[in-house]
Ligand binder design. Structure first.
Ligand SMILES: *Cc1c(COP(=O)(O)O)cnc(C)c1O
Length: 380
């Protein structure tokens, strides 16, 4: 129950073990087409250019920046946690300028500040932001931010690594231009692939660049020779065949459940987990209206040894929870309820185990009430 990778559904592990066939085998090519259609469902988009990049979420991030940016461009980057800082790194390594809009860690991005930045920087080409900040558990209003971007004639780049499959990601409804995600968070697939989707408008920008894309591997103009539609596919790099079987299975599982049901499941278990922690006397860091259900940032009670608690949970209960990152290290725990791991069993295990470990350390909490509070939440 950390911030990812999440537990992988056994059906996905089984898919991973299927025989490796050629990356131009007609059966494999047919599966690629299905995979793109399944990804369109997960992203809620009709974007033609929707595919997995053959590397983890960070490569999907880099793919968006290197393909859309050229040296000398300006990008407004929102930062309210760790991952916004990585966007800045990407922008600068493309030879572009990052104009930072900073918000407190643990809060959503403030759309008013973003609008001010768009107004005072009419030269900006892109607005980049993280929808679901995994470092804090805060969710930002992607629809409002994407609408602001298009009102001020900017493209939007949106990080949906932690949101996809766990909370609504509505690419077409938002009007987002470039969106990337990962496989190991709420899709509960193995790590190492990054689903991406690009709007028509973004495609036009990519196809009419003056300079070549600085990364040969991530240059979509080349990658599309393999992943693009049409009958003819040419070798670019050897596709990670077995990982793609796994992603296909993960997306079939999502489709079987129904994406709205998956979102609801994340909300229900989050509600029960929160009820348990609050009964214990622990507080959640993010204000209620800005909270992600799949990543719960809980304040560590005063005087409690962060690492000792996580160590005991792992050793005695085989339960992993996440530590705080950056400015929040030692102050919070990050408890994931992602994908296959988002279950009643895990909620009750986590609350029981945290209750027992903190109780044994004489922490200032209410013991013996958390599990009951969660069970009450399920009955409501
Ligand atoms: C996990 C994560 C990433 C990076 O994904 P990797 O697969 O680790 O490269 C990027 N952004 C956010 C918000 C994430 O949670």
């Amino acid at each position: 129950m950390g911030p990812g990778p999440s537990d992988v559904n056994p059906r996905i592990l089984e898919a991973l073990g299927r025989p490796t066939i050629g990356h131009l085998d007609p059966q494999f090519v047919a599966m690629m087409d299905e995979l793109k259609e399944l990804l369109r469902y997960a992203f809620q988009t009709r974007n033609e250019l929707t595919m997995p990049v053959s590397a983890p979420g960070s490569a999907g991030m880099e793919s968006c920046f290197v393909n859309l940016l050229e040296p000398g461009d300006s990008v407004i980057v929102c930062q309210n946690g760790v991952f916004g800082g990585r966007m800045k790194e990407n922008v600068e390594r493309c030879g572009a300028t990052a104009i930072m809009v900073e918000d407190d860690w643990g809060r959503a991005i403030d759309a008013n500040k973003v609008e001010d930045a768009l107004k005072s920087n009419p030269q900006a080409k892109v607005l980049a932001f993280v929808h679901a900040e995994t470092s804090t558990g805060a969710q930002s209003d992607a629809k409002t931010l994407c609408a602001l971007a298009s009102r001020y004639d900017c493209l939007s780049i949106v990080d949906c690594v932690t949101s996809l499959g766990g909370t609504p990601v509505l690419v077409d409804d938002w009007g987002a231009d470039a969106v990337y995600s990962g496989t190991q968070k709420c899709l509960s697939c193995v790590p190492g692939l990054s689903p991406v989707t690009f709007s028509e408008r973004a495609m036009e920008v990519i196809q009419s660049r003056d300079s070549t894309v600085q990364s040969w591997f991530l240059d979509l103009n080349l990658v599309l020779g393999y992943w693009g539609g049409g009958g003819k596919r040419a070798y670019h790099h050897t596709a990670p065949i077995n990982s793609l079987y796994a992603l296909h299975e993960a997306l079939v599982i999502l489709q079987e459940e129904g994406i709205e049901n998956a979102w609801q499941r994340h909300r229900d278990h989050h509600r029960a987990l929160r009820a348990g922690f609050e009964a214990m006397g622990l507080t959640l860091v993010v204000p209620e209206a800005e909270r992600l259900p799949q990543l719960n940032a809980v304040s560590i009670p005063d005087g409690v040894d962060d690492a000792a608690v996580r160590g005991r949970l792992l050793a005695d209960y085989h339960l992993e929870i996440g530590a705080g990152l950056g400015a929040m290290a030692g102050k919070i725990w990050r408890i994931g309820l992602m994908g296959h791991a988002c279950s009643k069993r895990n909620v009750l295990l986590c609350l029981g185990a945290v209750d027992a470990v903190l109780g044994s350390m004489n922490a200032a909490i209410e013991t013996g009430v958390a599990v009951t509070a969660a069970l009450d939440s399920y009955r409501d």
